[in-house]
Design a protein around this ligand. Structure first.
Ligand code: TXA
Ligand code: MG
Length: 322
């Protein structure tokens, strides 16, 4: 059931979470499927509702730096303080060694926990009123695009939980997941916060993408099948290549996604504007329209956005377009 975010529904969501229920909540990145971290049965239900592999840990959402510190091992408090005070609230998830307050059920048995303070007044109020940190993966079925609107959650979970609706998510892509190794911030999952933004906020620390030798530190979730709409996705480098793809499949209904700048280069082609914040919504729209193929123009606007490019490449890889 979708309920608009109001003082009453926020209070009700917080009460339900406190008493061990699962509730879908808005954040600035994507909608999350939330439960209290001290409610083992609710945590189990989150995995079950999503069909999430049991080896994929959950992100824990907090309302303050102090609350985050209670969940981190003392040895990592400096890291949480340093990154958290520079970049929270916001779409940054920090992986640190966990304290005794975080259970194996949340971390899938890892000795680390992923922490995030969302930058959304409704999320913040729900966490505050619940009085407990909230574990919340994205509120999609496992393997589906993350939900950026309440309706997406309702469609995937078919009314199984209350969805607090605060409208479309501002970022529309998931948070950036990082781990500090020595003096370096290693990006385990590209996301809404760019490496450049993280680097400029942190000054002396350098930021780099996880490399093959960091394999053990990779976010488990990035190994799983992800972000694939039911419709094949094809990436093209130029308007000419899009034209050729359309010509090669004359009987197909296609949806072309391209940046606002490129629409003029594709006269007569049915296009939708592509942006990081609208990508998952467009994927779901294409499914609803039952088009045969999604064709995406990956021009410089796209190639310079690491998170957007990453999600597009994953969708194209797993969609087996011919
Ligand atoms: O923006 C977001 O991050 C959204 C909103 C709801 O906050 N949440 C989200 O959660 O995207 P989820 O579960 O879909 O993705 C969490 C990612 C997964 O790739 C998971 O493997 C990784 O974070 N992760 C969680 N705990 C981890 C840990 N201890 N070490 C490494 N990666 C971890
Ligand atoms: Mg997810």
């Amino acid at each position: 059931m979708i309920v608009p975010a109001t003082p009453d529904s926020i209070r009700s969501a917080a009460e339900q979470l406190r008493s061990g229920a699962v509730v879908a909540i808005p954040t600035e990145t994507v909608y999350g499927l939330a439960c209290a971290i001290d409610a083992p049965e609710a945590i189990r239900r989150v995995f079950e509702l999503k069909g999430r592999p049991s080896d994929n840990p959950l992100i824990v959402h907090v309302a303050s730096l102090e609350q985050a510190l209670t969940l981190a091992d003392v040895a990592d408090h400096d890291i949480v303080r340093r990154l958290g005070s520079a970049l929270w609230p916001g779409p940054l998830t920090i992986v640190v060694r966990r304290s005794g307050l975080v259970s194996d059920a949340v971390t899938a048995g890892l000795d680390t926990v992923a922490l995030r303070m969302p930058d959304h007044p409704v999320t913040r109020e729900i966490i505050l009123q619940a009085g407990v940190p909230l574990a919340a993966p994205s509120a999609n079925l496992s393997g589906r695009p993350s939900p950026t609107r309440a309706e997406h959650v309702e469609a995937d979970l078919r009314g199984a939980v209350m969805v607090v609706d605060a409208g479309p998510c501002t970022y529309g892509l998931e948070s950036t997941v990082v781990r500090v190794l020595g003096t370096q911030v290693v990006i385990l999952r590209q996301g809404a916060l760019s490496a450049a933004t993280i680097e400029s906020a942190l000054g002396t620390m350098s930021v780099r993408a996880a490399s093959a030798s960091d394999e053990v530190h990779r976010s488990p979730g990035t190994r799983h099948r992800h972000y694939a709409p039911n419709v094949p996705v094809v990436l093209c480098d130029s308007p000419e290549q899009i034209g050729a793809t359309i010509e090669a499949h004359p009987s197909e209904r296609m949806l072309v996604l391209c940046s606002a700048d490129a629409i003029a280069a594709l006269p007569g082609v049915p296009t939708r504007e592509l942006s990081a914040s609208s990508l998952f919504d467009e994927f779901r729209r294409a499914e609803a329209l039952q088009v045969d193929r999604i064709v995406v123009l990956c021009d410089d606007n796209v190639r310079t956005d690491a998170a957007l490019l990453n999600r597009l490449q994953r969708a194209a890889e797993t969609s087996h377009a011919s």
